[in-house]
Design a binder for this molecule. Sequence first.
Ligand code: PHE
Length: 349
Amino acid sequence: MADLISEIQALEAEAAAAIAAAADAEALAQVTQNFTGKKGALTGVMKQLGSLTPEERTAVGKAANTFKAKLDELLAAKEKQLTESKFASLAETEFLDLSVTPPEFSQVRGGVSSGHTHPITQTQRRLEAIFTSMGFSIVDGPQVEDDYHNFGALNFTDDHPARDMQDTFYTVTGHLLRTHTSTVQIRALESMKPPLRIIAPGRVFRYEEVDASHEHTFYQMEGMIIDRKVSVGNLLHLMQTLLTEVFGREVDVRLRPGYFPFVEPGFELDMKCLVCNGAGCSVCKHSGWVEVLPCGLVHPNVLRSAGLDPAEWQGAAFGLGLNRLVMMQHGIEDIRHFMAGKLEFLRQF
Ligand code: PHE
C-alpha cells in the first residue's frame, strides 16, 4: 500500500514537470490524458487497489484525490498563464493605435479619393428639394436651342439687342447655345397643361469676355408658375421663402423695376445684405442690398404664343443665377473657380 501511495506522490512531480513544459492548450489536454485518462498513469495505479484492505484502499484513494486536486490546480494555473501570454502577444502584434491621425482618403485604396458633388450641384439639389416640397416639378430642356425657344416665343423683338452676336454662341447649322433657362418656360408650356409649377436648372452660355464676375458657361435655375390667379405678392412670398431656406435665416427682400421682354411687370429682386445686415459694407457696395435674381409676371404675349388666353391664365417666373448664389453662400470671390477644375478649390465644399 505504501508503495502505491509513494507511486502516486511521484506522479505529482512528473505531472508538474509535464504541465510546466506544455506550450499550448493542446499539450495541456495531452497531459490530462496521460495522468488521469483511461490509460493514464493514475488509472494504472488504481487498478491495483483490488488486493488491498478497505482501510488501505481509503488511504490510497485519499492520496489519489489529493493528486487529482493538485493536478487540477496546476492545470488551471497553466491555462491562465497560456491565455494571458496569448493576449499579450496579440497586443504586441495586432494593436490599434487610436491616437494616430488617419490617412486621407486619397492615400488609401491606391490613391483613389472619394469624390463629391460640385458646389453648384450641391446648391442645385438643395433648391430642387425645397421646390419639389412646394409642389414644383423639375423639367429639362436642350442646351442647343433654336431662336424661337430662346428669343421668339419669349417676346424678344427681331431687333432686340440680346440677340446680338456678341452675346450668343451660334452653331453653323443656325442653332444657338441657350443664353438662359427661360427656354424651358416655353418647352414646359408646350408639353404641360396649366395650372403648373416648374423649375428648370441647367447650363447656359454667353459670348462673354471672361473675368472675375463673367463666365461664358454658367448655371441658372428657372422657375415658373402658371395658374388662374398669380400676383406679384405670390412671387414675392415664394422668393422670400426660397431665400430663407437657402440662407437658413429670415431675409428681407425688395423689388426694383427690371426689364425683360418676357415678363410684365419685370423686377430685380434684392436681398438685404447678410454681411452687414443692411448697414452697408464692401460686399453690398455700401448700399445695404444685394441683387439676387430677376423675376416678374409672365408677359401676356408669352402666354398667347403658348396658346393660353391671358384673360384666363396668369404666371410668374424667376431666373436664379446659381453661380452667383453659391458665391454669396460661400464667399467665393471669382466666378472662374467653378469651371477651373482645380481640386484645391473643389475639396473645400
Ligand atoms: N432669363 C433671364 C436672364 O437670364 C432672367 C429672368 C428669368 C428674368 C425669368 C425674368 C424672369 O437674364
